[in-house]
Design a protein around this ligand. Structure first.
Ligand SMILES: [Zn+2]
Length: 143
């Protein structure tokens, strides 16, 4: 009875999985032609249409650019409510639309340092923990 729960990503190829030696990272595309990153990773660069794109693990930390708190369940969303949602500026030079692991509006502000975490969002019908990514205010940055 208590079989170990499997953990599955909410969507393959978006982020590193627990135990990955690179740590919690987003899997972004990097274009060899124009040197820009894009997320999610694709085989064609959205900026220059270059096709020499590699997948790089980036985005361990960033700063909050835009944010809101979502109180009503969007279609297909099975995680807890309310939840933070926003856009995070990454030092690698791209902005990522993301869930935030902080749902109290008073704890969020533009420019807030945030760190990436990969964590279970909900349990699916098969009993697996479904992993997703979110940015959380960096420790010690809440005041
Ligand atoms: Zn490019």
């Amino acid at each position: 009875m208590n079989a170990a729960m499997a953990q599955v990503p909410i969507h393959a190829g978006l982020f590193t999985l627990p135990g990955d030696p690179r740590g919690a990272r987003l899997l972004a595309g990097h274009c060899a032609s124009c040197d820009k990153y894009h997320f999610p990773a694709g085989t064609t660069c959205p900026y220059c249409s270059g096709t020499e794109c590699s997948v790089e693990a980036i985005g361990a930390r960033g700063t909050l650019w835009l944010h809101t708190v979502v109180n009503a369940r969007p279609p297909g969303y099975l995680g807890p409510l309310p939840y933070g949602f926003g856009v995070v500026d990454l030092p690698e030079g791209l902005r990522v639309v993301t869930r935030l692991a902080e749902s109290r509006l008073a704890e969020l502000r533009p420019g807030l340092p945030v760190t990436l975490e990969i964590a279970p969002l909900f349990t699916n019908d098969a009993g697996d923990e479904v992993l997703s990514f979110a940015y959380r205010p960096a420790r010690g940055s809440s005041s």
